[in-house]
Design a protein around this ligand. Structure first.
Ligand code: IVH
Length: 667
């Protein structure tokens, strides 16, 4: 069996490399999943412990996030240059210090993410650090392991793997995926990430690696920092070698004999960078020969052999023609600036959100103002400056109205909230947004139910709440503008199909204030069905780990005010009412007679027989609660191999400790 396991691991590593590093998959995702599941099954059946570099071990492990660890040598930053002249000055300095020796430059894209260091011992990924203050980094090994393009084991090539290898690179989030993350964050009432760099940084420093695993992080390696016993003469050769070992390096590098060629490379990317799927903020120019790099050395902050040649910030100047008010799903009134259309970073921008009244006041934004608009990648354009010197005196001040612009209900302004809200639940603007949310990709995923259709459905009073969607028929639908019978049929089919959605998606889709995807999952994990959740008390909801009083209050309010809607959904035959109810019964019977029921556990260290996530699941399905830190409320600590500070804390507080064997026995 061990032979089979080894072969399977090698095969999966090969396909991971093809998919995540070369972008040239050889098999379908489904086939890949089958291989992974086969390996998981074999590993589970085998008595041999699973090594940390097995492809199944991306989430789990034992390192403690956040430990400060010294870098082998400082992780320096790069000096910046912003124009041709500064680039020339850099080249001139290099020429002088190298006493006119011929110099070859290599150019790379400057990836806008987070610098990290990866350490491999005998080809196995053992440790990953942030840049930190340059001298000390933070241990983020567990989080880096979840990135599929970080090989857990390197490929042995003709250049044998060094016993110790340290490479450095940049972790980033693809541009188009940032938007998805922000939509989710907004639904969960968390502030959106301003740019892909913040998103990458935030994701890498999460305490829970399973959340990092859900973020689409990627990496490019750009420095071979230390390779015991390996000799390479140039940066180009080191990149080639790293690629052979299976590391992911950016393909857009070039070699130049003159600084004019470097300038040319830069100019090419000033425009072409917008077509790249990741954010770049400049070009990095490096002296190619390592001997010359050593000769040039570094200041305390920057190497003298490299420079970042930055792209101009993506800004444009335009005029605010008007400010309109949009009413969101929860009734919040958002001011939106209607702009004189302007080209910015490859897209025509016609409006920009002003977020709230406070923002308008702080920036003193007026209708008619000339403004500076900035756009970082695919991030929503924002107004960074008002050109007050250009004011003519005809600019108009703006304030949010006292009435909802759609339903004319008086708005509510609360002291603790910056938001101004329309409190009329029947407001058609809110209803339209609620339906759009219910149908959205992360909720019920009803394809073909776009804003134009929703507008008509609500305006023609065919739909008064989300449950009405299930009563729609082909004939009246096909009479809508831009619809026709085939699209109407398809829409009815899609709506019908949405009845099979899991209960947590339905809960998220209801658009309860403060209940985003993660909160919905947590609530369903504990209450299992909408019925159970709707009758839960404030205290019961608040006792769920990760749920605060604000969320609990919002949930209780929603269910007390929306009984008819829930009944209507039940009558529409949504499967979550029957499936979840069955689950409730089985779970309930398990919960009452289990050792775990009603107790709070912390799992630490690495277990041999299962991952910590699996252990948590086992506990939860038996009615127990799993938290991340040991407190006086903890009933038991389950301690695997390498348990550290949590073990000490449990001993200190006198909390009983279960070994893995004890735990299995209880299971
Ligand atoms: S080389 C001695 N190459 O930019 C410094 N850095 O602003 C060696 N970065 O800290 C760094 N892309 O995190 C290098 N192709 C690239 C890069 C790159 C992005 C980051 C890196 C560095 C920061 C400096």
């Amino acid at each position: 069996m061990q032979r089979e396991i080894n072969d399977l691991r090698a095969l999966i590593r090969h396909h991971e490399h093809k998919y995540y590093i070369e972008n040239q998959p050889e098999i379908s995702d489904a086939k890949f999943d089958v291989l992974m599941r086969q390996l998981e099954a074999l590993e589970e059946a085998s008595d041999t412990p699973i090594p940390p570099d097995s492809p199944t071990q991306r989430v789990g492990g034992g390192a403690v996030l956040g430990t400060r660890i010294p870098h082998r040598n400082p992780m320096l930053s790069l000096n910046n240059s912003y124009d041709k002249q500064e680039l020339r000055e850099f080249a001139e300095r290099v020429r002088r210090l190298l006493e006119d020796a011929p110099v070859e430059y290599i150019t790379e894209l400057k990836i806008d993410g987070l610098g990290v260091s990866l350490i491999y011992e005998n080809g196995v990924f053992t440790r990953g650090l942030t840049r930190g203050d340059g001298e000390y980094g933070e241990d983020i090994t567990d989080n880096l392991r979840t990135i599929r393009s970080v090989p857990l084991r390197l490929v042995d090539t003709e250049t044998a793997l060094p016993p110790v290898l340290e490479v450095r690179g940049e972790v980033f989030i693809p541009k188009h995926l940032l938007n998805d993350i922000n939509v989710q964050r907004e639904a969960e009432a968390e502030p959106p990430f301003a740019n892909p760099r913040n998103a990458a940084a935030g994701s890498l420093r999460l305490q829970d690696a399973s959340i990092t695993a859900s973020r689409p992080l990627d990496i490019f390696i750009y420095t071979l920092n230390y390779a015991e016993g390996v000799e390479v003469a140039t940066h180009t050769a080191s990149l080639k070698l790293m690629k052979h070992w299976g590391l992911k390096c950016n393909p857009h590098t070039a070699c130049h004999k003159s600084i004019d060629d470097v300038q040319h490379y830069y100019e090419q990317w000033v425009t072409e960078r917008h077509d790249l799927p990741y954010e770049t903020d400049g070009v990095v120019v490096k002296v190619n020969q390592f001997s010359q790099q050593r000769e040039l050395g570094a200041t305390s902050k920057y190497p003298r052999w490299a420079i970042a040649y930055k792209f101009d910030a993506q800004q444009a100047i335009t005029t605010i023609k008007d400010i309109e008010v949009q009413v969101g799903r929860t009734g919040v009134l958002t001011p939106v600036a209607i702009l004189e259309p302007v080209l910015l970073a490859g897209a025509t921008i016609t409006n920009a959100t002003l977020h709230n009244e406070q923002e308008i006041q702080t920036k003193d934004i007026r209708i008619g103002d000339r403004i500076v608009l900035e756009r970082a990648g695919d991030v929503i354009p924002k107004i960074v400056e008002v050109l007050t010197a250009e004011r003519t005196g005809n600019e108009k001040l703006f304030g949010l109205p006292d009435e909802c612009p759609v339903c004319n209900t008086a708005v509510q302004r609360t002291e603790d909230e910056v938001a101004v809200r329309c409190v009329n639940m029947a407001c058609v603007a809110q209803l339209k947004r609620r339906i759009a949310h219910y149908a959205s990709r992360n909720a019920l995923q009803i394809e073909g139910l776009g804003p134009a259709t929703i507008d008509q459905l609500v305006d023609k009073e065919l739909v008064r709440d989300v449950a009405d969607l299930y009563a729609l028929e082909v004939e009246p639908l096909s009479k809508l503008e831009r619809m026709g019978v085939p699209s109407a049929r398809n829409l009815v089919h899609q709506i019908e199909h949405s009845k099979t959605a899991p209960v947590e998606k339905v809960l998220f889709g209801l658009g309860i204030f403060h209940v985003g995807e993660t909160v919905a999952e947590l609530l369903i994990e504990r209450f299992l069905s909408l019925d159970a959740l709707s009758t839960a008390t404030l205290e019961e909801i608040e006792s769920v780990d990760g749920i605060g009083p604000q969320i609990a209050e919002s949930v209780v309010n929603f269910f007390s005010q929306n009984k008819p809607l829930i009944d209507k959904l039940r009558k529409a035959d949504l499967q979550c009412f029957t499936v979840a109810a069955d689950a409730t019964r089985t779970e309930a019977s398990m919960m009452t007679d289990s050792f775990f029921s009603g107790k709070t556990f912390v799992v630490t260290g690495s277990l041999e027989g299962m991952t910590r996530t699996e252990a948590s699941k086992e506990i939860k399905t038996r009615g127990g609660k799993v938290t991340s830190s040991v407190t006086s409320k903890t009933d038991y600590l389950i301690a695997g191999e390498g348990a550290g500070s949590k073990y000490a804390k449990a001993e200190e507080l006198g909390i009983p400790i279960l070994t893995e064997a004890d735990f299995f026995e209880k299971l």
